[in-house]
Design a protein around this ligand. Sequence first.
Ligand SMILES: C[S@@+](CC[C@H](N)C(=O)[O-])C[C@H]1O[C@@H](n2cnc3c(N)ncnc32)[C@H](O)[C@@H]1O
Length: 293
Amino acid sequence: MTEAPSIGALWRGWRDVLSRLGFASASLDAKLLTGHALGLSALELATRENEPADGAAAELVAKLLQRRMTGESVARIIGEREFYGLAFGLNGATLEPRPDTELLVDLALGALPAGGRLLDLGTGTGCIPIAILANQPDAHAVAVDLSGLALEAARANAERHGVAGRIEFLEGSWFEPLATSPSGRGEESMGLFDLIVSNPPYITSAVVETLAPEVKDFDPRLALDGGPDGLAPYRIIAAQAANWLKPGGWVLVEIGFDQGAAVSAVFLEAGFDDVAIHTDLNGLDRVVAAHHI
Ligand SMILES: C[S@@+](CC[C@H](N)C(=O)[O-])C[C@H]1O[C@@H](n2cnc3c(N)ncnc32)[C@H](O)[C@@H]1O
């Protein structure tokens, strides 16, 4: 009978496999997936290095690592990703929340008045409004997505982070579900918002095809493709946002690093004021802010 490998030998073996295949994060990936399969935290993985891993556990680790070898991300395999200090559950219809988007949450927390209401368009996991509500206990939100499956993940995430009582989820395209909600449109139905936020799909259709397999093959196309010039969702948001904003309200949209000028122009042409581009920690254009006065 062959001796069971130790937990340490197990993850290191997979690290070496990933490393040979050219995975830059081989060590971290192998540790995270081994820890996940064995139900061990990073600390437990380190302190229980010399314990034997039983055969069933080793098989499970192998299954997860084989998925990683196809290019699927660690977060997708584990089924959740951290954003703004909170863990967000994923499913096949949700984009993985990205650290780039945390700037949008920072700006939103600065723009939302006490007791404010916000609208999130294209909510995915619900990471943006849930992070905002978790940090502003008197705020309320409406969150829209075209994907009913994505909204299932968002609802579960809202429950998990204790904000489900302050957020309403609507299925449909951009502003449509607000306008067709049972009580009709405007101030007496959904009410107007202090802030509209969105991280819409903004990659041009042609570029989507060239993305890394981790993104192209596993992130949902609906979450990525912003049309032929990547600006289609911004045009819709800019054209209709003023109907749903209180006077003095703001729109904050995430953008691609090379879209600052084009997205700013879309909002200026739609009549917004104080249009500004905000850069992220890498100095890249990341958010456009537009004021409705
Ligand atoms: C780039 S993802 C952003 C998800 C999430 N807000 C985040 O930041 O991680 C864009 C989201 O927009 C949704 N979406 C795409 N087209 C839409 C539409 N016409 N109406 C509403 N949501 C849409 C997608 O399903 C996806 O969840």
